[in-house]
Design a protein. Structure first.
Length: 338
């Protein structure tokens, strides 16, 4: 349920409503950044009646939110959520590119690629310190050592760091370094981890599980937002289908569906979506044409030597040429690449 209040409602009227919601065993959420003043209600709302609130002072409207997901839905908040990183914000009409290697492999490797990307105007560096690998014998990441290098590289090049949180034991360590905590496809429905990520109050990039529906993705985001963390980026990264020509099937349908259903920014990761480097530029451009707010792309200085996902990494030259095409495309879809 959503209570729409008079924009000039005094604080005491808002507090009265919140108290009443709590007395009815539900949870009130003041919806941030909305041009209208609204209080969302979650919990056993089937016990609530519109009349419980409609006659209270400063209440303009009481709306029942019929979707399974509540706080992430456009019904609760119609305006796009913009995640504020100063002049590097994500969402709205800004297009942002998160780029970097799959993994942190060494201090030299991450410094070298960070410098290259910074010089191309990239603001967000991705790289995993903890890697979720299908095989236990594959490179598992440098772990704490990797986080240390990310901390150093962040300071050296003034980059925002996007890195994956794999489990509850490393929440504090990852949150201390990450500007955006990545929750990977394999953990999309690790609900305890989602709550832990939300509790940090850091921006979270939530990747779609490889067998998850769009509704599953939105319900997972609801776990994070219910911790009062509204800074969530949803990321389409390909799903499993019968098709074997590519690593996954990039579901670009999800982009316009998500953009309609939720106020959260929507990114696409074509690297994991197709898994083969030469298919990444066309699918990156297609993602933007479909309405994505940004891209996450794996870039490695020497893809042939990468310790993970080298076959889907662009080298700097190819990435630069993709960036030039993105710059041309962005204004056509009403976006600005900054
Ligand atoms: C990654 O971004 O390197 C990664 C492991 O992604 P996903 O969780 O989408 O497989
Ligand atoms: Mn990867």
């Amino acid at each position: 349920m959503l209570i729409v209040m008079d924009l000039n409602a005094p604080r005491e009227d808002i507090e009265k409503i919140k108290l009443k919601i709590k007395q009815l065993n539900c949870t009130p959420h003041e919806i941030p950044g909305a041009s209208k003043l609204a209080i969302g209600i979650t919990g056993p709302t089937h016990n609530l009646k519109q009349e419980d609130f409609s006659l209270m002072p400063s209440v303009e409207d009481v709306v029942r939110v019929t979707k399974k997901y509540k706080l992430v839905s456009r019904m609760m908040k119609s305006e796009d959520t913009i995640i504020d990183f100063g002049n590097k914000s994500i969402g709205g009409n800004r297009l942002q590119i998160i780029a970097g290697p799959c993994s942190v492999e060494s201090r030299d490797q991450i410094f070298e690629i960070a410098e290259i990307l910074k010089n191309m105007g990239i603001n967000f560096l991705r790289a995993g310190a903890y890697k979720p690998r299908s095989s236990p014998y594959s490179f598992q990441g440098l772990k704490e050592e990797g986080l240390k290098y990310l901390e150093e590289v962040k300071k050296e090049f003034d980059l925002k760091i996007v890195t994956e949180l794999l489990n509850q034991h490393t929440v504090d360590a990852v949150a201390a370094v990450a500007d955006i905590i990545q929750i990977g496809a394999r953990n999309m429905q690790n609900f305890t981890l989602l709550e832990e990520a939300g509790k940090t109050q850091k921006p979270v990039l939530l990747k779609r599980g490889m067998s998850a529906t769009v509704e599953d993705l939105l319900l997972s985001a609801e776990y994070i937002i219910s911790q009062n963390d509204y800074n969530i980026i949803l990321c389409e990264r390909g799903i499993r289908t019968f098709e074997t020509a590519t690593r996954n099937t990039l579901d670009l349908n999800a982009v316009p569906v998500l953009k309609k259903e939720t106020h959260l920014p929507v990114f696409v990761d074509p690297s994991h979506g197709v898994g083969i480097w030469d298919k990444i530029p066309p699918m990156a451009l297609a993602s933007i044409a479909a309405g994505a707010d940004g891209l996450m792309i794996e870039v490695h200085q020497r893809p042939g030597e990468a310790l993970s996902d080298g076959y889907q990494a662009l080298d700097p030259k190819r990435f630069k040429s993709l960036l030039e095409k993105i710059k041309e495309l962005a204004p056509i879809v009403g976006k600005e690449l900054v």
